[in-house]
Design a binder for this molecule. Structure first.
Ligand SMILES: Cc1cc2nc3c(=O)[nH]c(=O)nc-3n(C[C@H](O)[C@H](O)[C@H](O)COP(=O)(O)OP(=O)(O)OC[C@H]3O[C@@H](n4cnc5c(N)ncnc54)[C@H](O)[C@@H]3O)c2cc1C
Length: 686
């Protein structure tokens, strides 16, 4: 490093250290004012009560490990049956008021709500990040990643699910899963409420973000000028652009904790135990039957037994870890780390897929006079103000309801994709935010940008009006892997994402980034605001022609950003597939009474963000579990229900035993015929 860049680096670090105090001061003031002025955010009445250790029973029908996106859905749906007792074990705490606020999205990472994973270093990715390792945030909180995520509601493409089915997974085609997307959804965007692709009676509320900057309109207009449709990308067609749809209720985050657990929190047959780190799945080595778990709560080890099933919903990193620790995994690897092999399951931890993005594509622009008194892009000194806090606490408006990281989203096809097909291979996040606009306080820390890169690329354009575009690879060919570090359940797994292992992934990314660049610089709308690419180059890419294909590829390999969607590490598949870990009913092969229900089971990553898909997976899994245990469950969709009502039937006729009265929901759209079914035990195991 030259002396000039060393000095720049030192200046940058000192400046950040000096601005950290006021930044954190803002957060503290916002948090404390919200507590006193916004009881609706705290929602004390509906919050879950952590079951104390002494009240935890010895045995439950179902023990769910992990209260994240999927686990929360299961806890609700399984405890709909009043004859079943359900225990949900979550390693983290409950949400807090800051997690509700869309603007706070990047500030939640690298905090105690985040497991703070980091990938192993590689030669082809994350080269501009600290130690050449990417940060992989994962929610350690009730609601899991749905509490840390960017709230973007995207389902993926019809073809994704048809492909899952074609691999030998009956019941997972698009026409089968669409009813479950609809079942979970409480669509509140007026124009989509009555549409065939959306549901309005589910627990997961979907809205537009309440606050937008003028850039949102410019982005949409630029996309239109580039020939793209503005449409519902969760509807009949996916290719096109849209104002972001968010998992939001009244403008605030609708995590699965808020959506699914709060309405069920008062059911007597559901126990939720927080701060409960599951360390071991108990499996009878002779019968190969799962019968409970060992977990640690506040330093005390506790064992609970399951009468029916243990369900792993600990996410794509921890579920394969717990399987491997229980002796279910690739034989050689288990032997290497000294775990006794129970089932040689070569697919556990394999098939890791993630959406990698090309980060750092920053554009400067000049707003015209009419925007003089407006916040255009997110600029920390303008947005972190008492006025913003007052708007939030007193008027329920303002930038706290904003997600500058993605105002507009697009799905496009590169030259490598069939142009007549509606199966885009690239997704864009058009952001009225860039890493220079927060002075490095949050984004830099969350991604893990190196000090050297930050000072070289951003220090000269600090707090200037800027936007950025994230280009994301929707269907990577590269595959990564999760491995155990050792036998200790508290050790984090080793993550090898292997981004760009297949060179075609880099080619697709480059073509996608160039298309985005055209939208950003060659459309009349963007030219009106003189949008230009940040001229300060990536260290490591200096020698390459600026914005040549090689330069874009180099940038992708330096600022490689996870879009936080790891999937596939315990994939489902038919018996013939030797690396399928679970069957199409999500039962772990070779073990009885053990299922995996979370992102791990996805054989291929969906073409879009993964929260809505995993919620769909959990909704469907809950029905499969009910079916498998002889509990008839029929979901009646709205049209059928209306006919029944016209015939004079009481719409709540089967609901008297079902405690669904908390929250805003009615359970009128369901008909549940519950019967007490005996647990199937092959032997007495304790
Ligand atoms: C920063 C970020 C931004 C994202 N943005 C979006 C977005 O905008 N839109 C979108 O659709 N998706 C987004 N995602 C991805 C999406 O949220 C996840 O794919 C999804 O939430 C994963 O759900 P899951 O149920 O598989 O796992 P998780 O939600 O991760 O749930 C796993 C749960 O298990 C708990 N757990 C783990 N190990 C143990 C243990 N041993 N004992 C007890 N509990 C345990 C964890 O604490 C966690 O609560 C984002 C994710 C992140 C992290």
């Amino acid at each position: 490093m030259s002396t000039i860049s060393q000095q720049m680096n030192l200046f940058s670090m000192t400046r950040m250290a000096l601005t950290l105090g006021p930044g954190l001061g803002f957060l503290f003031y916002l948090h404390s004012t919200t507590i006193s002025a916004r009881p609706d955010v705290l929602d004390r009445e509906h919050r879950v009560k952590d079951v104390p250790s002494y009240a935890i029973k010895d045995t439950y029908d179902f023990v769910i490990v992990g209260g994240g996106s999927a686990g929360a859905v299961l806890a609700n749906r399984l405890s709909e049956n009043p004859y079943w007792n359900v225990l949900l074990l979550e390693a983290g705490p409950d949400e807090i008021s800051l997690t509700d606020m869309p603007l706070m999205f990047p500030t939640l990472q690298q905090t105690p709500f985040d497991w703070r994973y980091r990938t192993e270093p590689g030669e082809k990715y994350c080269l501009g990040l600290k130690d050449k390792r990417c940060n992989w945030p994962r929610g350690k909180v009730l609601g899991g990643c749905s509490v840390l995520n960017a709230m973007l509601y995207i389902r993926g493409n019809r073809r994704d699910y048809d492909r899952w089915e074609s691999l030998g997974n009956p019941g997972w085609g698009y026409d089968d899963v669409l009813p479950y997307f609809k079942k979970s959804e409480d669509m509140r965007i007026d124009e989509y409420r009555e549409d065939d692709y959306h549901g309005k009676d589910g627990y997961l509320t979907v809205e537009h973000f309440r606050y937008h900057s003028p850039l949102a309109d410019w982005f949409l207009e630029a996309a239109r000028e580039s020939g793209y449709e503005i449409r519902d990308v969760n509807g009949e067609y996916q290719t096109g652009f849209t104002l972001a749809h968010g998992t939001l209720r009244e403008g605030l985050r609708c995590s699965t904790e808020k959506g699914f657990i709060r309405p069920a929190a008062k059911r007597p047959n559901l126990h939720v135990s927080l701060h409960s780190m599951v360390e071991k799945i108990l499996i009878n080595e002779y019968t190969k039957q799962a019968y409970g778990v060992v977990f640690n709560k506040f330093g005390l080890s506790k064992t609970v037994y399951s009468d029916r099933e243990v369900i792993l919903s600990a996410g794509s990193l921890a579920s394969p870890q717990l399987l491997m620790l229980a002796g279910i995994g690739p034989k050689e690897h288990l032997e290497d780390v000294g775990v006794e092999v129970l089932v040689d399951s070569p697919g556990v931890g394999m098939n890791l897929q993630d959406h990698a993005a090309l980060g750092g594509a920053t554009y400067l622009f000049e707003p015209t006079e009419e925007y003089d008194d407006q916040v255009c892009s997110f600029q920390l000194p303008k947005v972190f103000s008492t006025e913003t806090i007052n708007q939030f606490t007193q008027e329920k408006t303002g930038p706290i309801y904003w997600l500058p990281e993605c105002e507009v989203m697009g799905f496009v096809k590169t030259k490598y994709e069939n142009q007549t097909d509606d199966w885009p291979d690239i997704q864009y996040f058009f952001a009225s935010y860039a890493d220079n606009t927060d002075g490095g306080l949050f984004g830099k820390k969350a991604i893990g940008l190196s000090d050297e890169l930050y000072s070289a690329v951003y220090e000269n354009i600090l707090y200037k009006e800027s936007f950025s575009i994230l280009t994301l690879l929707l269907r990577p060919n590269s595959r990564g892997r999760i491995m155990l570090k050792d036998k200790n359940p508290n050790s984090q797994v080793l993550i090898y994402p292997n981004y760009f292992d297949d060179p075609q992934d880099l080619r697709v990314m480059v073509d996608g980034a160039k298309k985005a660049h055209k939208i950003a610089t060659e459309t009349p709308t963007m030219q009106k605001y003189n949008a230009t690419f940040n001229k300060f180059r990536m260290p490591g890419c200096h020698d390459l022609d600026f914005l040549s294909d090689e330069y874009w590829a180099c940038q992708a390999q330096h600022v490689t950003m996870t879009i936080y969607h790891p999937v596939g590490t315990a994939k489902m598949g038919p018996d013939e597939d030797p690396v399928a870990v679970v069957d199409p009913r999500l039962r772990v092969r070779g073990i009885k009474n053990l299922r995996v229900v979370d992102c791990s089971i996805m054989p291929y990553i969906p073409s879009g963000n993964t929260n809505a898909p995993v919620i769909m997976v959990a909704e469907k899994a809950a029905d499969m579990i009910k079916e498998d245990w002889g509990v008839l469950h029929r979901y009646v969709d709205s049209s059928e229900q209306e006919t029944e009502n016209e015939n004079g039937d009481d719409e709540n006729k089967n609901d008297e035993n079902i405690e669904l009265k908390t929250g805003q929901r009615t359970s009128a759209k369901k008909e549940l015929i519950m019967q007490k079914t005996p647990a199937r035990r092959d032997m007495d195991y304790w």
